[in-house]
Design a protein around this ligand. Structure first.
Ligand SMILES: *Cc1c(COP(=O)(O)O)cnc(C)c1O
Length: 396
């Protein structure tokens, strides 16, 4: 189906039908093209392809039909003009930032970030003369004050990991544009089902496809989306020449993941919301954070920019680290893992795992207390999930 024909369909339909490049065999499920290279009919065709005059493939680091189908499906779903797939989510984030800056430039980013993203902004970019300022993403004045004449791009994730703060994307985009900078949004926690950063004014969206897009714990992947011009000018050549390309096998797994994305995310969100209700009233829980509830600290922003809640629930168990460890160890169904968005429910204790690199003061600033745990709610029956949590809280 052509890109213009698919636009008339609703999101769930686009997730199943868009981007397919059917081969001469007429297969229903997208084909897996495990090939490094491509052969040419004759020498003139090879020449034309290298000149960009013949639209075929040359080499799978540049492009591959299965990876193309994944990119087309993602772009159609996100409402982006163009997409480029990457080997991992971190490759997507790194390319999206590195592609826009050079020595002497400056980046502003929200402090509450996935650990490796924070490393890229705080430690990696400065090695090449790109300075950065980290701000409290929910404080719009802090973004304004961080701008310098050499600021090239803003970077944020919302909801944030792991404390699930919600940052006003439209307002941050306005501040970025007024400063002549772009805004890149890491949309992993919201998923493309619940939030469309490009429509809110962002210039670029990145995903770790490893999370909900695969959703079944199988492979790593990432994707960068934006306007044709943004992808062409900032991303395309860097990706092609430096090589963090997505494997066709992973693209095929992820294409299949997209077909069930909406169903999975809606079901996981319903279960997460149910769990949040139970936790909010529990005497052993001192704080419950769930985007989509009226008691969330940025409930109004969430209401404005998100179409649904979250598959993740964060909460503080009274008694700090000791209680949080006892709770995790008492769970029978929910497994301890730092991953998220999986069909299996997973729990993590950020202070001792994903955010242990930060100082206690930095963790406190991000709301990562010693009792905080984050549950990624899976596809098990919601009653089994709730019963597992309640039984484990009993053991604390
Ligand atoms: C997992 C994750 C990443 C990194 O993705 P990988 O696929 O693991 O490289 C980046 N940002 C967020 C918010 C994530 O959850």
């Amino acid at each position: 189906m052509s890109a213009s024909a698919i636009r008339h369909y609703r999101p769930e339909t686009r997730l199943v039908q868009s981007g397919t490049l059917r081969s001469s065999f007429g297969e229903t499920s997208e084909a897996l093209f495990l090939t490094q290279g491509y052969v040419y009919e004759n020498a003139a065709q090879a020449e034309a392809r290298f000149k960009g005059e013949d639209p075929g493939y040359q080499y799978s680091r540049f492009a591959n039909p299965t990876v193309d189908m994944f990119e087309r499906r993602m772009a159609a779903f996100e409402g982006a003009e163009a997409a480029r797939a990457t080997a991992t989510g971190m490759a997507a984030v790194t390319i999206a930032l590195v592609g826009q800056v050079r020595a002497g430039d400056h980046v502003v980013a929200s402090k509450a970030m996935f650990g490796s993203c924070r490393y890229v902004v705080e430690d990696y970019l400065p090695r090449f003369g790109v300075t950065s300022t980290l701000v409290d993403g929910c404080d719009l004045d802090a973004w304004r004050e961080a701008v310098r004449p050499n600021t090239k791009t803003f970077f944020l994730e919302s909801p944030t990991n792991p404390a699930l703060d919600v940052i006003d994307i439209a307002e941050v985009a306005k501040i970025a544009h007024a400063a002549g900078a772009t805004l890149v949004v890491d949309n992993v926690f919201a998923t493309p089902i619940y939030q469309s950063p490009l429509a809110l004014g962002a210039d670029c969206v990145v995903y770790s496809a490893t999370k909900h897009i695969d959703g079944q714990g199988r492979c790593l992947g990432g994707v960068v989306l934006g306007s044709q011009k943004f992808i062409q000018d900032k991303i395309h050549t860097l990706l092609r020449q430096t090589g963090p390309s997505m494997s066709p096998f992973n693209a095929w797994v992820l294409l299949k993941g997209l077909e069930t994305l909406a169903v999975r995310v809606h079901r996981q969100t319903d279960s997460a919301a149910t769990l949040a209700v139970v936790l909010a009233e529990h005497p052993k829980v001192s704080r419950l954070i769930y985007p989509g509830r009226p008691d969330h600290p940025q409930a109004a922003v969430a209401q404005k920019q998100m179409r649904g809640g979250s598959t993740l629930v964060a909460f503080d168990i009274k008694g700090g680290k000791k209680a949080a460890f006892r709770f995790q160890d008492a769970l029978k169904l929910i497994r301890i893992s730092n991953n998220l968005g999986d069909a299996k429910s997973l729990i993590t204790h950020p202070a001792t795992t994903t955010h242990q690199r930060l100082t206690p003061a930095q963790r406190a600033e991000l709301g990562i207390s010693d009792g905080l745990v984050r549950v990624s709610v899976g596809l098990e029956h919601p009653d089994d999930i709730v019963e597992d949590v309640l039984a484990a809280l009993e053991a604390v």
